[in-house]
Design a protein around this ligand. Structure first.
Ligand SMILES: NC(=O)c1ccc[n+]([C@@H]2O[C@H](COP(=O)([O-])OP(=O)(O)OC[C@H]3O[C@@H](n4cnc5c(N)ncnc54)[C@H](O)[C@@H]3O)[C@@H](O)[C@H]2O)c1
Length: 257
């Protein structure tokens, strides 16, 4: 369990769900991890539990859509551990509203967190890593590859992340920075993002949607967060040394048919 021994990592949106699973996976491979999130209560609880196990975890309250708070989060990780080797831009939200219902404020909010946040984090991580190299993982989605009628702003933000990653990855590679940047594209994962969305659409629609997903996903179930974390571990480690500007799709076969 030493694939990330002594690597200094920052994971956003790490108080819950996929981000927390990624932070745990990294910690168990020997990394030091700053978990950041706007959810201070859940973030602090998670870090207390991880520290009790003797893992090198810390929490920083951080809104990923704020440039100023990005600077503070970067300062926090570098003050604590002296460097940054891995950034996971994981924080994200999904607003359910089709193109006719969606407001401009909802569109902007989704993009501010999911896309602006990824840009800000990537830009600041490049500045922190370019003396020694590193890995940046941008959590996009299969929803950045295909459209779904109820999440157009989410689709747009994740599609934006995917192509932004390519531009930033090519730049870093050409500059010889030793910084790799890749997209992680999960399919449907059993987290609060999905369960919260289902609660909002009512029991009947929620049951119909769950039945549809089971039938639609070839593996017949949602992913567990740890199954996405394993892919994030691959992207963070030297096992993916020849991979940059790519999409790693982990979707139970959703896009295969
Ligand atoms: N669950 C899925 O099916 C699924 C599929 C594909 C991609 N994703 C992506 O994975 C990432 C994690 O999603 P999840 O399913 O774990 O969701 P989640 O809702 O369980 O966790 C998201 C976390 O992000 C935090 N967050 C929200 N806004 C923030 C902000 N402005 N700044 C910092 N933190 C913020 C939340 O507090 C929460 O802890 C997201 O980018 C999401 O789009 C999820």
């Amino acid at each position: 369990m030493t694939r990330l021994l002594e690597k200094v990592c920052l994971v956003t949106g790490a108080a819950n769900g996929i981000g927390l699973a990624i932070a745990e996976a990294y910690l168990r491979e020997g990394a030091k991890v700053l978990l950041t999130d706007i959810d201070e209560t859940r973030g602090a609880q998670a870090v207390a539990r991880l520290q009790e196990e003797g893992l090198s975890a810390a929490f920083f309250c951080h809104d990923a859509s704020s440039e100023e708070q990005w600077q503070q989060a970067m300062d926090a990780v570098i003050e604590r551990w002296g460097r940054l080797d891995v950034l996971v831009n994981n924080a994200g939200i999904a607003i359910l509203a089709n193109v006719e219902q969606l407001t401009l404020a909802q569109w902007r909010k989704t993009n501010a967190i999911n896309l602006d946040g990824v840009f800000l984090g990537t830009q600041q991580a490049i500045a922190a890593m370019k003396g020694h190299g590193g890995s940046i993982i941008n959590v996009a989605s299969i929803e950045g590859i295909i459209g779904e009628p109820m999440v157009p702003s989410y689709n747009a933000s994740k599609g934006g992340v995917r192509i932004f990653t390519r531009a930033a990855a090519a730049h870093c590679a050409r500059q010889g920075y030793g910084i790799r940047i890749n997209n992680l594209c999960p399919g449907y994962v059993a987290t609060a993002m999905i369960s919260g969305g289902l609660q909002n659409i009512g029991d009947d629609a929620a049951q119909q949607f769950q039945a549809y997903l089971q039938q639609r996903i070839p593996l017949g179930r949602l992913a567990e967060p740890y199954e996405i974390a394993k892919a994030a571990l691959f992207l963070a480690s030297d096992d993916s040394s020849y991979m940059t500007g790519s999409d790693l799709v982990v979707d139970g076969g959703y896009l295969a048919q």
